[in-house]
Design a protein around this ligand. Structure first.
Ligand SMILES: C[S@@+](CC[C@H](N)C(=O)[O-])C[C@H]1O[C@@H](n2cnc3c(N)ncnc32)[C@H](O)[C@@H]1O
Length: 291
């Protein structure tokens, strides 16, 4: 199969998702529901009782639409807007204050902000991104959301995640690898992107994603965990990355299986798809290093 553009895209994903694809495509084109995660540093309080999602440990509200975040008298933005599924990888990391954590692909910084709330300025949070423009967004988000005095344990770095293990080994208790991905929702929303789509794209991205995961396995401590996540639909970037880890790094890790209150299990991880949940797409797998 070598069709490109919109037709090829449909063909590729209908082969992958079968009868589910038309519903999934329709849901991908529908407006996104957001979660507003309260910023405790802003001292903001939701006016009406917020809607809580089971299994989310951050103070939050869920709605179709929220006003833009606003600065409170405390000087910080009141909440951070994100897809509900984006909270799951941080829940899956199960952070406790004092741990050493690296967010390998951190920009714009939403998940790093959540990690900082869990670490409570203790231990270490390294927020990394290779792109200078996107690192500027991490700086801005930290400035807007976290007091300087609460940033003493945070550093922002600029490494290539695929090569990180050349410099550091067995350092971190937890690694978040929220990898760059096909992000099909954005492709579908952008006719130019869609016209340029080709099946080779997801295969190429998967090569980089695996290199990042292999690197993550070297930099996490023995006994530590990696959460691998993407907002991709393509299985090549999700379960197939974990299958490749079994093939190439057998005996060095085990999977931790966990259920969440929304979404569905996959062969190796957990997936949130918008046709059934109104959130996502999002995939995560939890890898524990054992050697
Ligand atoms: C899916 S986004 C991360 C979103 C982020 N975790 C958040 O929650 O806001 C992927 C990021 O990976 C970065 N990236 C791409 N290739 C990289 C590499 N080789 N090393 C480090 N970062 C990379 C991109 O610049 C992009 O910001």
């Amino acid at each position: 199969m070598s069709e490109k553009g919109s037709f090829g895209f449909d063909e590729f994903y209908s082969q992958m998702f079968g009868e589910r694809w038309p519903r999934l495509k329709e849901a991908l084109l529908s407006p996104k529901k957001h979660v507003a995660v309260l910023n405790p540093h802003s001292k903001f309080k939701f006016l009406e009782p917020p809607v809580h999602m089971t299994g989310i440990s951050f103070e939050h509200d869920v709605k179709e639409d929220f006003p833009h975040p606003e600065r409170t008298e405390a000087g910080y933005l009141n909440y951070y807007l994100m897809d509900a599924a984006s909270l799951l990888p941080v829940e899956a990391l199960d952070l406790t204050p004092g741990e050493k954590v690296v967010d390998l692909c951190a920009a714009p910084g939403g998940k790093s902000f959540l990690c900082s709330l869990k670490l409570k300025n203790q231990g270490l949070l390294v927020s990394n991104d290779r792109s200078a423009a996107r690192r500027a967004r991490i700086h801005r988000i930290f400035e807007d959301y976290i007091p300087k005095t609460e940033q003493k344990n945070i550093s922002i770095t600029a490494h290539d995640a695929t090569k990180w293990s050349l410099y550091q080994k067995s350092i971190y208790d937890k690694v978040l690898l929220d990898a760059p991905c096909s992000s099909e929702r954005h492709v579908l929303e952008d006719s130019k992107e869609l016209s340029l789509w080709a099946p080779g794209r997801t295969k190429n991205i998967a090569v980089t994603q695996f290199a990042m995961l292999a690197s993550a396995l070297d930099i996490v401590k023995n006994g530590g965990t990696i959460v691998y996540s993407t907002c991709a639909l393509s299985r090549l970037e999700n379960d197939e990355i974990i299958r490749k880890l079994y093939q190439k790094r057998a005996g060095r890790f085990e999977l931790i299986r966990r259920e969440f209150s929304f979404g569905e299990p996959t062969e190796f991880g957990w997936q949130v798809l918008p046709d059934t949940t109104g959130h996502g797409p999002f995939y995560l797998a939890i890898v524990k290093r054992i050697r």
